[in-house]
Design a protein around this ligand. Structure first.
Ligand SMILES: Nc1nc2c(c(=O)[nH]1)N[C@H]1C(S)=C(S)[C@@H](COP(=O)(O)O)O[C@H]1N2
Ligand SMILES: [Mo]
Length: 406
């Protein structure tokens, strides 16, 4: 982000969104003045992230959590990963922001102001799991290009907004509609205004789900700028790339949306398993839909030292895309035997589920705790890396932490 132009061109609304409070006397600020708060180049301060978050890239900004940072039931902003494909929009004005619905399969195109969306449609709040399709990529071999996410590109915040289906029904959807595609205000890395960093979408059935939101709030506050202020699509359980940030247009398509990062090896995997490194024909690649079953031990932090004779309380979350997690287990003997953990129901569909267990160890020494979730179709997480694919998506191998009993 270019600090100077950012401030010069930003509306007061986006300054306020970054600061989290109103900029009192903002209108009186000299035109080319850079407020002290924005002379800040420290990304942790700039995005209000915890300093234990890990920056993977600064152009575009990409930042992930560590497992123990994700211990909260509802992920707060400070621990939420950031995945940007382009540059954060610099001139957001909430008052003039418009969402346009168009496309081959719209009855007639229509635009809404944020005020229209907020005042004319019912509000809904859901806790929704958003996991980047590339979470876990760093383990793939041969290595896959892209951000080397370890385990921290997942969050489960509480999102408030209106149902996408209410808006789609308000504009009218033609019978031949098959997909929706989003368009957003972020800027391509080349700064070429004719190029979009990303423009993905979802089949009509996913768009019409009750939990698919056009959100204007996260955890009870306006969405932080890095996460899509002032409006974002939130489609829990699917690769988070479906959840378009800084949303200004949705096209109702009569074909599978063909926007940026819908084709080639982007968010697509071989329809059938292939050998690592194998070349896959374009027609043998399938778009990722529901994310696979997965879990994370968020307490204790890996490396914990435990006194001999004490039981250790472990905690974490598990999720399974469109499905529910039906069973949670842990192993302290490298997957040879498994014990059940307590597993809670999700707060709502598409929210992660919490688990805990009291673990005891036979004697002093080094141990690993492995966690394994099973989805409502009976599918279990693999113990090691699952099927290789060119871009390193969908690594749902068991999470493992190390502990020493002393
Ligand atoms: N407009 C826009 N929306 C976007 C992206 C983006 O670069 N631009 N990145 C997508 C990807 S790949 C992911 S994983 C999620 C990340 O959401 P977060 O940064 O709020 O955690 O946003 C998605 N929505
Ligand atoms: Mo992503």
């Amino acid at each position: 982000m270019k600090r100077r132009s950012f401030v010069a061109k930003s509306g007061l609304g986006s300054l306020a969104a970054l600061l989290g409070v109103e900029v009192v006397y903002g209108e009186l600020m000299p035109k080319d003045y850079t407020p002290v708060a924005f002379q800040e180049t420290d990304p942790f301060k700039l995005f209000e992230k915890d300093e234990a978050m890990v920056v993977l890239n600064d152009r575009p900004w990409n930042m992930e959590a560590q497992a123990h940072l994700l211990n909260d039931r509802i992920t707060p902003n400070k621990f939420m990963f950031i995945r940007n494909n382009g540059l954060i929009p610099e001139d957001i004005d909430e008052k003039s922001w418009k969402l346009t619905i168009d496309g081959e399969s719209v009855v007639s195109p229509k635009s809404y102001s944020l005020e229209d969306l907020k005042s004319k449609f019912q509000h809904h709040t859901y806790q929704l799991t958003l996991e980047c399709g590339g979470n876990g990529r760093s383990e793939f071999n041969p290595p896959a290009k892209g951000n080397q996410w370890t385990i921290g590109a997942v969050s489960c915040a509480e999102w408030t907004g209106v149902r996408l289906k209410d808006i789609l029904n308000d504009v009218g959807v033609k019978e031949d509609a098959v997909y929706i595609g989003y368009h957003a205000a972020d800027v391509h890395l080349s700064r070429n205004p004719n190029k979009e960093p990303i423009s993905r979408g979802a089949p009509i059935a996913k768009a019409m789900q009750e939990e698919t939101l056009l959100a204007f709030a996260m955890n009870g506050k306006p969405i932080p700028l890095a996460h899509g202020f002032p409006l974002r699509l939130v489609a829990g359980g699917w690769p988070a790339s479906v959840s378009g940030k800084w949303l200004n247009r949705i096209s109702i398509r009569n074909i599978v949306h063909d926007g940026e990062k819908m084709g080639g090896s982007s968010y697509r995997v071989p329809c059938e398993t292939v050998a690592p490194g194998e070349t896959v024909k374009d027609e043998d690649m399938c778009i990722i839909e529901s994310m696979p079953v997965k879990s994370l031990i968020t307490h204790p932090k890996s490396g914990a030292l435990i006194d001999e004779g004490k039981t250790l309380k472990i905690r974490g979350h598990a999720w399974a895309g469109e499905l529910e997690v039906s069973h949670m287990e842990y192993s302290i003997d490298y997957g040879t035997s498994w014990k059940s953990a307590n597993l809670e129901k999700p707060k709502n569909r598409l929210a992660w589920q919490h688990f805990d267990a009291s673990v005891s160890f036979p004697k002093k020494g080094y141990y690993e705790i492995w966690a394994r979730a099973t989805d409502s179709n009976g599918k279990k997480q693999p113990m090691v890396l699952p099927g290789w694919n060119p871009k390193g998506y969908l690594n749902n191998a068991c999470h493992r932490i190390a502990v020493k009993i002393i």
